[in-house]
Design a protein. Structure first.
Length: 266
């Protein structure tokens, strides 16, 4: 089962006599939770970048082709075609006005028509070449977008692997901490019980037994007992200074949690 930052924040440990410093354990868990939150933020940001790259790559080809088609300017060729048409009309008018040289006028019409056909053919060729170049550029843009998208996907996968590795490492570390703490607390409890004194039974003197006989019971005479009533005074009795327990020390084996750095963890 994976561990989230909320699980780490909500983790609690039982305290038995003298054990781990609760504040130090909380600080360490805060460090672990913050690191997991940072990894999750990086993964979310890369996923958003991947989504934006996919949206851009889907729209780019259509937009590029439309832009290329719009950029093909045929106004120049339209002017040439209109000019040739004007010349043809002029020649036809001259033909109607001057019938004297039918062969010359016919030759001029043929040349004008041929020129118009050449202009139209050249315009179509240039337009086709421009469209082909635009399509190649659009394909290069799509290829670059696909490469960038794959790089983002690879980065996300690496971060996911790193997150799982870190999560497993933190899980093992926390389990080791809990196991080590439980073992040391049990050892401390056993040592404490071993130090407690047992019930003392005095030994009998040599030659003396605990059995004896009573020959006659004698009622003792009453004795006067003197008693003095204690008087209150203004003296202040100082409390006994507390002695630190020999077991109050760091038993975790990890040192100060405030000095912990994640780069130290292999």
């Amino acid at each position: 089962m994976s561990i989230t930052s909320n699980d780490i924040h909500n983790q609690s440990f039982s305290i038995d006599r003298k054990g781990y410093d609760v504040d130090e354990v909380d600080v360490f868990l805060e460090h672990v939770a913050d690191e997991i939150d940072q990894l999750n933020d990086i993964i979310t940001r890369l996923q958003n970048q991947l989504y934006d790259a996919q949206e851009t790559s889907a729209v780019a080809p259509v937009a590029m082709q439309a832009a290329v088609v719009e950029e093909v300017d045929t106004s120049h060729f339209d002017v040439q075609i209109a000019d040739q048409a004007s010349r043809i009309n002029d020649l036809e008018r001259q033909l109607n006005e001057k019938r004297a040289d039918d062969n010359a006028v016919a030759q001029a019409l043929i040349i004008a028509q041929r020129t118009a056909d050449e202009v139209i053919m050249k315009a179509n060729a240039q337009a086709s070449e421009t469209i082909a170049d635009a399509r190649e550029e659009a394909q290069r843009i799509i290829d670059r977008a696909n490469v960038d998208r794959q790089n983002v996907i690879d980065s996300i996968r690496r971060l996911q692997d790193d997150r799982e590795t870190a999560r497993d490492a933190y899980s093992v570390m926390l389990k080791d901490i809990i196991t080590d703490a439980s073992r040391k607390l049990a050892s401390i409890s056993a040592d404490s019980r071993a130090v407690e004194p047992a019930d003392f039974v005095p030994a009998a003197a040599p030659g003396v037994t605990n059995e004896f006989e009573i020959d006659e019971y004698v009622n003792p005479a009453p004795r006067q007992v003197s008693y003095t009533t204690p008087q209150a005074t203004d003296a202040v009795v100082a409390a006994e200074a507390a002695v630190a327990s020999p077991y109050e020390k760091d038993l975790s084996g990890f040192g100060d949690a405030d000095a912990f750095e994640f780069e130290d963890v292999d």
